[in-house]
Design a protein around this ligand. Structure first.
Ligand code: NAD
Length: 285
């Protein structure tokens, strides 16, 4: 019979370890790492599509947290130079590689050049992508379907495969997916299909690499104001992203902290997961 003021089951619960002070093996509430000022001190990160948009914000945020970055871009040299300057203003090094990540040999070369420049790889951000809108599936040629897959998902396979022999416990891979992977997009069927593949790739690789202590996660942004948007869809920022609960497009700076989190030890118990900076869209994940 429970005493008055006592939960009826309480008497059946072993209360001998009710206090942390009485535990021989105490839970860790703060790690040495948590006391560091910078989350990514002296890490080396490869960021594809690091010249502009989300990749640029990731480069700047990584540098702010103490990382050196390799910025891989297709041909937007001015954007890449600008990002390099911003990284250097944070006191870190940026190395630019202009290349096409849809070709395997180029991805192997990115890894070679990174090792030659910085001697190691700690973080791989597979972020480069292309998209072209079409009203009807019949408008998409085999070549275009192929190219979208090559840039958006084959490149993630190529670069991950090339980097893998150089990754070690504590390292992290982050793949940029999209909200479209979860809700579909009738104008971006090929692009959206690659984003679904990226989620499956992320989950599969996380399972394969968990034993090695290498974490693999994804970020699935909602509508974010970057060069990809005016070049392929909306010219006007105020017209873009109105459909989400927050009724506006996000900024790359609102997405980059998800990458910092996943790259850092803060996310040491996260793998195979996807973060959703998307203005409040509720998804079936
Ligand atoms: P962005 O145009 O700034 O970035 C795309 C990058 O991909 C460019 O830097 C470009 O250099 C690079 N790239 C394209 N083809 C390449 C190739 N063949 N080789 C090497 N690099 C190549 O646009 P963004 O919006 O910042 O896109 C970054 C990522 O975010 C993409 O994966 C995109 O799918 C994803 N995303 C964007 C949004 C959005 O609303 N902007 C939403 C969801 C997901």
């Amino acid at each position: 019979m429970a005493k008055s003021g006592e939960h009826p089951f309480e008497q059946e619960i072993d209360k001998s370890v009710d206090s942390e002070q009485e535990m021989a093996d105490k839970p860790v509430y703060e790690r040495d790492y948590d006391r560091q000022a910078k989350k990514l001190q002296d890490k080396v990160a490869i960021i594809t599509g690091g010249d502009s948009g989300i990749g640029k914000a990731v480069a700047v945020h990584f540098a702010r947290e103490g990382a050196d970055v390799v910025i891989v871009y297709r041909k937007e040299k001015e954007d890449a130079e600008d990002t390099k300057t911003l990284v250097e203003q944070k006191g870190r090094r940026a190395f630019l590689i202009e290349t096409d990540v849809s070709i395997n040999a180029n991805c192997e070369d990115i890894v070679r050049q990174t090792l030659a420049q910085f001697g190691k790889i700690d973080i791989l951000v597979n972020n480069a992508a292309i998209q072209v809108t079409h009203q009807d599936l019949t408008e998409i040629s085999e070549e275009e379907w192929d190219q979208t897959f090559r840039v958006n998902i084959y490149a993630q396979f190529f670069l991950t495969k090339a980097a893998l022999p150089h990754l070690k416990a504590g390292d992290s891979i982050i793949n940029t997916a999209s909200v479209n992977a979860y809700k579909g997009n009738k104008q971006l069927v090929d692009y959206t299909s690659t984003k679904g593949a990226i989620i499956a790739f992320t989950r599969s690789m996380s399972a394969q690499l968990a034993e090695k202590g290498i974490r693999v996660n994804a970020v699935a942004p909602g509508p974010i104001w970057t060069p990809l948007i005016p070049s392929t869809m909306h010219k006007d920022r105020t017209e873009f992203g109105k459909e989400v609960p927050m009724k506006r497009a996000g900024q790359p700076a609102e997405v980059a902290p998800s990458f910092v989190f996943l790259a850092s030890e803060d996310a040491s118990y996260f793998t195979g997961q996807c973060l959703h900076p998307n203005g409040g869209s509720v998804l079936n994940t």
